[in-house]
Design a protein around this ligand. Structure first.
Ligand SMILES: Cc1cc2nc3c(=O)[nH]c(=O)nc-3n(C[C@H](O)[C@H](O)[C@H](O)COP(=O)(O)OP(=O)(O)OC[C@H]3O[C@@H](n4cnc5c(N)ncnc54)[C@H](O)[C@@H]3O)c2cc1C
Length: 374
């Protein structure tokens, strides 16, 4: 007599295709980085990454590609919430995550351009100018020179309207999100990491990962499914959907760099002459706390309003594409990097700056697994 599952699989599958040293669930920037860090440290490990989508289907291929570590308003608020040390730690982690990605994949292969970042402040948010000196002093050990400085003279250069203040950060950059993910994927392939796509994981345990068709086994299992983690593991996590548009302007685009406003809820950048613009989740926080992809028409309308009134006044434009992606938030800005009581490793809840944090979280999850298993 045999039980059901063993009737389904062959001895070859069992020996060579279903057993691994480590299985990572989710092929976003965090999952692929976790797999890469493991393999960089221990080239002999057999590692499998399982992804539900044909392509990664969460945030990593949908984002706006800001290589950022926080605007002045965000960092001033973080300082209030976390204290001086907590804020500096956060920046340090994001900045070293970015450096890790650049060092691993090479600046050219991720389309990195450090053109500087800017925050647009209005009358209501202009008080953040008063935080610049203290925040700069706190960040000096990391950046060696001032991070934030007023740059009002560039408001007309960029063609903005209704923006009384602009704060510049010369250390902020932008990546080509597609190039980054393609390079990371290729890098994992070169390292010999096996990646299976189109396979939704429906259950995990300390040593097993179940899909509809197979049960895979491993010495350690890492879950890097960000906003979708609650389907597998109980966790304090709220999904947050974000909308992004790619826009063509009739006249050449004046804005060059990365831009944020409304405490980071809105963001735009240039990309090969196009404008990439997104945000507005704060208009409908509850409705946007969803793992369903889609476009909220109220937010879309507000984005058009801001384009016409502030970002592209007097400029005709057309939307080439609009899409959404899903982020994950929690009670703190820190990502969850931990081993659950059931022995599963988690690298999830990356928030809105996962481009910066993904490789660092991957490194930390990999470090935990290596120290306990290999
Ligand atoms: C609209 C938007 C704009 C953003 N802009 C920026 C930005 O400019 N700069 C920045 O730093 N960050 C930005 N972010 C955030 C950043 O993209 C994320 O923090 C980061 O991509 C998270 O990566 P991840 O790998 O943890 O999660 P994800 O990229 O979501 O990867 C998780 C993967 O797990 C897979 N998965 C889920 N469940 C299962 C399952 N059961 N079985 C198998 N696979 C599964 C998913 O398909 C997905 O591919 C933005 C996010 C969004 C949505």
């Amino acid at each position: 007599m045999t039980n059901g599952i063993y009737k389904m699989i062959s001895i070859w599958e069992k020996q060579s295709l279903l057993q691994y040293d480590v299985i990572v669930v989710g092929a976003g920037i965090t999952g692929l980085s976790t797999a890469a860090s493991l393999k960089e440290s221990k080239p002999d490990l057999h590692i499998l990454v399982i992804e539900r989508g044909t392509l990664p289907t969460g945030a990593s291929t949908k984002n706006a590609g800001f290589a950022c570590f926080g605007s002045i308003s965000e960092l001033a608020s973080d300082r209030k919430a976390l204290g001086d040390e907590g804020m500096v730690n956060l920046v340090n982690r994001r900045y070293s995550g970015l450096q890790k990605t650049i060092n691993r994949l090479d600046a050219d292969r991720i389309g990195l351009l450090v053109k500087g970042g800017y925050e647009l402040l209005n009358e209501k948010t202009s008080h953040y100018i008063n935080d610049i000196d203290e925040v700069n002093d706190l960040l000096k050990p990391i950046f060696k020179s001032a991070v934030f400085k007023p740059a009002n003279e560039k408001i007309s250069t960029f063609g903005f309207s209704g923006t009384p203040h602009l704060i510049e950060n010369p250390f902020e950059g932008q990546v080509d999100t597609g190039m980054l993910m393609k390079s990371l994927w290729q890098y994992c392939n070169q390292l010999g990491i096996q990646i299976i796509t189109g396979t939704e994981v429906i259950g995990v345990s300390e040593t097993e990962v179940r899909s509809k068709d197979f049960t895979f086994s491993a010495k350690a299992v890492a879950v890097c499914t960000n906003a979708f983690t609650k389907k597998l593991i109980d966790l304090d996590l709220t999904p947050g959907r974000g909308i992004v548009m790619a826009i063509n302007t009739k006249k050449p685009l004046k804005a060059s760099g990365t831009f944020h406003y409304d405490e980071g809820y809105y963001y735009f950048r240039d990309y090969h002459g196009k404008l990439i613009f997104g945000g507005g989740r704060n208009l409908a926080l509850e409705e946007e706390a969803t793992t369903d992809f889609g476009i909220n028409s109220k937010i879309e309308e507000k984005l058009h309003h801001n384009l016409k009134e502030m970002i592209l006044p007097y400029t005709d434009y057309e939307v080439e594409m609009i899409w959404s992606g899903i982020m994950a938030f929690g009670p703190t800005k820190a990502p969850v990097v931990q081993k659950t009581k059931d022995g599963i490793y988690l690298g999830v809840r990356l928030g809105g700056m996962g481009v910066a944090l993904g490789s660092l979280v991957g490194d930390e999850v990999s470090g935990m697994i290596l120290s306990e298993h290999f």
